[in-house]
Write a protein that binds this ligand. Structure first.
Ligand code: SF4
Length: 319
């Protein structure tokens, strides 16, 4: 039986960002340099495939520092950690490497700067996300209030509207965040904050790339993990942009083709922590069922790279 035609629109840019590439490289280089095992506190990036690939090379993933034995290196994930984590590592004399994305560290420095001059801080972000926990942990407890949506922006009670600042999580929906900031600015005209928000270039570019194709698709798949904030936002952006059949897919085997129904044009993208090999896997699964025509939709070309920690580039190992 001949296969039905399917046009697959590939969003650009998609997949790995510079912060994720750096974090993975830190683990790989640490394994080469210090040998297995290397411990990693929390999933280095939110993707099971990446985590399992690193586990196969000798990385051990734990949730808390107390699970790390003496004498082995430990790496902090790309999402960042509260200040007490490196302090505790130093107290225990653990050798640690920090894979926090430099764009998350930048938000940490903003929080510190506001706290130093006595401003109360509103953090726009999602409760419980490790980046939010890490950012809140840069300053004294209680110095940051979390604002998750417009309703909370409309109702949050602050100490002094004249002495206030906002910062944001890096992986939010750009459009939602604009609305939340507008509500805060309306209520607190003197609020200090970044020029736009702290959403990173990769999150912004991937959302723009989805907007560029969503309207032209019968369905859209975002390759990514359920705990990946930027991947979840891509699904929401696609739905809002006019493609209600938008879904998150971890692996090709998870795709419920029956539920997708009749489709002729499929949009495909990947969150910042999802490797391209998983996108290729989905394309291969499409080819098994359809006569696929692949269309690479052009978008912003990214050239961001981040330096590795000095310990990994110095000639002699420092652990
Ligand atoms: Fe850094 Fe943005 Fe990538 Fe997060 S999504 S690791 S903030 S570049």
């Amino acid at each position: 039986m001949s296969k039905k035609p399917l046009t697959v629109l590939l969003a650009n840019p998609r997949g790995f960002c510079a912060g994720v590439e750096r974090a993975i490289e830190i683990v790989e280089r640490a394994l080469e340099r210090y040998g297995a095992p290397v411990y990693v506190r929390h999933e280095i990036v939110h993707n099971r495939f990446v985590v399992e690939s690193l586990e196969a090379k000798g990385a051990v993933f734990v949730e808390e520092l107390e699970e790390v034995p003496e004498g082995v290196p430990v790496i902090f994930s790309a999402h960042g950690v509260p200040k007490e984590v490196p302090s505790e590592a130093e107290r225990r004399r653990l050798f640690y490497l920090d894979a926090t994305c430099p764009l998350v560290s930048k938000v940490h420095r903003e929080a510190e700067r506001h706290a130093r001059v006595g401003r109360q801080i509103l953090l726009i972000g999602h409760a419980g996300h490790p980046e939010v926990i890490g950012t809140m942990g840069q300053v004294e407890e209680g110095a940051i209030l979390l604002v998750e949506n417009v309703d909370e922006a409309e109702s949050v009670q602050v100490d002094d509207p004249e002495n206030l600042a906002y910062i944001t999580q890096t992986t939010l929906s750009v459009d939602d965040t604009i609305e939340i900031i507008a509500a805060l600015r309306r209520r607190f005209p003197a609020i200090d904050g970044p020029k736009k928000e702290d959403i990173c270039y990769a999150t912004t570019n991937r959302q723009e790339a989805v907007k560029a194709i969503a309207r032209n698709c019968d369905a859209l798949m975002v390759v990514g993990a359920p705990n990946s904030s930027n991947s979840q936002r891509l699904v929401e952006v696609a739905r809002r942009e006019g493609c209600p059949k938008s879904l998150l897919v971890q692996r090709a085997a998870d795709i419920d083709w029956e539920a997708l129904g009749e489709i002729q044009r499929l949009g495909l993208t990947a969150g910042a922590s999802a490797p391209e090999v998983l996108v290729e896997e989905v394309i291969a699964a499409c080819r098994d069922r359809f006569d696929v025509q692949l269309q690479n939709v052009s978008g912003v070309v990214e050239d961001v790279t981040f330096k590795l920690p000095r310990e990994l580039t110095a000639k002699t190992a420092s652990a």
